[in-house]
Write a protein that binds this ligand. Structure first.
Ligand code: 2AL
Length: 243
């Protein structure tokens, strides 16, 4: 199968990190097609970043659709534009936060989330609520590492992240840890060796869920909420979306 792995920010370094993680877990018959937008913020860390990035992300979904991909992954922990992408796409669309929550809830009574900046905490809390996983989460913690610092993670910053994971386990009662950024996907192995609970990265979780849906022949239902977008004129720079 062909999976389009979309990094909605413009950091090609981060795209390479997540693509390498995806390839390590993908079946031999799965091809990973990494996509990076040309027009978006370099990292996504607040609502404005997410909203600006969403239009280019949807353009990439459209490109993937035209190339006949079998699944799309939105690899940013805010799951930006996920509902719109599901309306647009024919193939399943998986957001890495939802994928990680789903897997974490299967292997732990309560999981903790350790993410990047403190200001992204409410975004994760909103997603837990939206997806119905609030009762499975022991708490959301921030390492206060900016997304782009993950690209060349200093040992002190890694220690900050690990300390938050330890506090999530020891103080909050987390029985598994979900990493709250696609740029953390290369840290799973080291953290798994050093911490006593399972560590879940949304990128690899999304790849395995995409493969499962594909193998079962399951696609997004077009019966209601995720029905095709309504046809109407779009004006100006978005006229390509309209009729
Ligand atoms: C992210 C992520 O996964 N990619 C990005 O640019 N920002 N997540 C986050 N919590 O900051």
């Amino acid at each position: 199968m062909l999976i389009q792995l979309i990094n909605p920010n413009t950091s090609t370094e981060m795209t390479a990190v997540m693509a390498a993680s995806a390839v390590t877990v993908a079946l031999p018959t799965t091809k990973i097609m990494p996509s990076t937008p040309l027009h978006a913020p370099k990292s996504i860390e607040c609502a404005l970043d997410e909203t600006i990035a969403s239009a280019a992300l949807l353009d990439l979904i459209q490109e993937g659709k035209q190339q006949g991909v079998d699944a799309h992954i939105i690899a940013c922990f805010g799951d930006p534009a996920l509902d719109a992408a599901r309306e647009l796409a024919d193939a399943p669309v998986i957001g890495i936060a939802e994928a990680a929550f789903q897997l974490a809830s299967l292997i732990s009574h309560r999981f903790g989330i350790v993410t990047t900046l403190s200001r992204t905490l409410p975004a994760s809390e909103h997603l837990l609520q939206k997806y119905g996983h609030k009762q499975h989460c022991s708490g959301v913690r921030a390492s206060d590492i900016p997304v782009l610092e993950l690209e060349n993670l200093a040992p002190e910053a890694y220690q900050l992240l690990k300390n938050e994971c330890l506090e999530a386990i020891n103080l909050d009662g987390a029985e598994a840890i979900v990493l709250g950024c696609a740029g953390m996907s290369n840290l799973v192995e080291k953290l798994s060796q050093e911490l006593p609970v399972p560590i879940i990265d949304g990128v690899t979780a999304a790849v395995k869920l995409a493969e499962s849906l594909h193998q079962l022949g399951l696609r997004t239902s077009k019966a209601g909420h995720y029905g095709k977008p309504l046809q109407k004129p779009f004006i100006g720079r978005y006229s390509h979306w309209g009729v």
